[in-house]
Design a protein around this ligand. Structure first.
Ligand SMILES: O=C(CO)[C@H](O)[C@H](O)COP(=O)(O)O
Length: 308
């Protein structure tokens, strides 16, 4: 397919045999997004195991970078195993892990607590990092009553509210998080990510963490610190862990404003796959300014370039 020029922004093109072989020569690590790239919910996308195997056989480092905060790194490793892929915790960088690392790097006081709007993955990472946290699934059945003798008392020791995707979001959680941010002096507001939608199952796209984060922005009139893609916060861990120059990395993702931007912000090569939330018309839309270096329909397309 011909090279496409789009306004003043970067040119991009459909990945060709030559492009892929150039990438193979210059890239030491392939960074894969998960939802919409590796899997959709609990279903692997066609050809993923063979593709990863091929890249490993060529000596490439494989890393997974996901904005989905529902699981911890340990829980993701077990999901990979269940799907027949041998992946270690060290190869997984999730936004749940990033939230815990953000607090750790910023010396969040151990005597303070963290309130979580999100799933178990965030709580597990926070506990692993030594923080006291609560909320999440345990607040999923709580409700409020809008009447004069009812009020929710919040813990004044909460020094951070972490918001991630929460399929069991409710008014109680929104109220509690809002109280902490508005009334506890200096309370941090951390978002695992702000994705609009995602392939959390193979049936359809679902509202992403951006929906929960947006609700708290609305009630607090504050903007969060975002630790997931496109912020390069996780990249610093990756670089330190693997000691690979970002120019020798290729970020493979299905979302322009998270995956591709993350790769570009860090100086990586970027490959957009159309197996997730971005369609070709969306990529080619004249209003879209985020362009990957290359695009292809799904990760296993690269097997064709090896005559596999
Ligand atoms: O909002 C989301 C979950 O919080 C996402 O849209 C999504 O699931 C992110 O996952 P990935 O980075 O693996 O595509």
């Amino acid at each position: 397919m011909a090279r496409v020029e789009n306004g003043a922004s970067k040119p991009y093109r459909a990945l060709s045999n030559g492009d892929f072989n150039e990438l193979l020569d210059s890239v030491e690590a392939f960074l894969f997004d998960c939802d919409g790239v590796i899997w959709k919910g609990d279903r692997l996308i066609d050809g993923v195991p063979r593709t990863l195997e091929m890249l490993r056989s060529k000596g490439k480092k494989i890393v997974f970078v996901t904005n989905n905060s529902m699981k911890s790194r340990k829980q993701y490793a077990s999901k990979f195993r269940k799907l027949g892929l041998e992946v270690s915790e060290e190869e997984i960088f999730s936004s749940s892990f990033a939230a815990a690392m953000y607090l750790k790097l910023n010396s969040f006081p151990r005597e303070k607590k963290v309130y979580v709007i999100g799933e178990e993955g965030i709580l597990e990472e926070l506990k692993l990092a030594g923080f006291t946290c609560f909320g999440g699934p345990e607040d999923s059945n709580k409700s409020i009553q809008l009447k004069s003798d009812f009020m929710v008392k919040h813990d004044e020791n909460v020094g951070a509210v972490v918001v991630g995707i929460d399929p069991h979001i409710n008014y109680y959680k929104l109220h509690y998080g809002t109280l902490c941010i508005r009334e506890n002096p200096g309370c941090l507001f951390i978002a695992t990510n702000c994705d609009a939608v995602g392939h959390m199952t193979d049936t359809q796209e679902w509202p992403g963490a951006g929906c929960m984060v947006g609700a708290i922005c609305g009630s607090t009139q504050k903007e969060p610190v975002v630790v997931g893609k496109p912020s390069t916060f996780m990249m610093d861990f990756l670089v330190e862990r693997f000691q690979i120059d970002t120019m020798k990395m290729c970020m493979v993702g299905d979302r322009l404003d998270t995956d591709i931007l993350f790769g570009q912000n860090a100086g990586c090569n970027t490959l957009l796959v159309l197996s997730g939330v971005t369609t070709l018309p969306m990529l080619e839309d004249s209003l879209n300014t985020i362009h990957p270096d290359y695009y292809t329909s799904k990760v296993s397309d690269i097997l064709n370039f090896l005559g596999d």
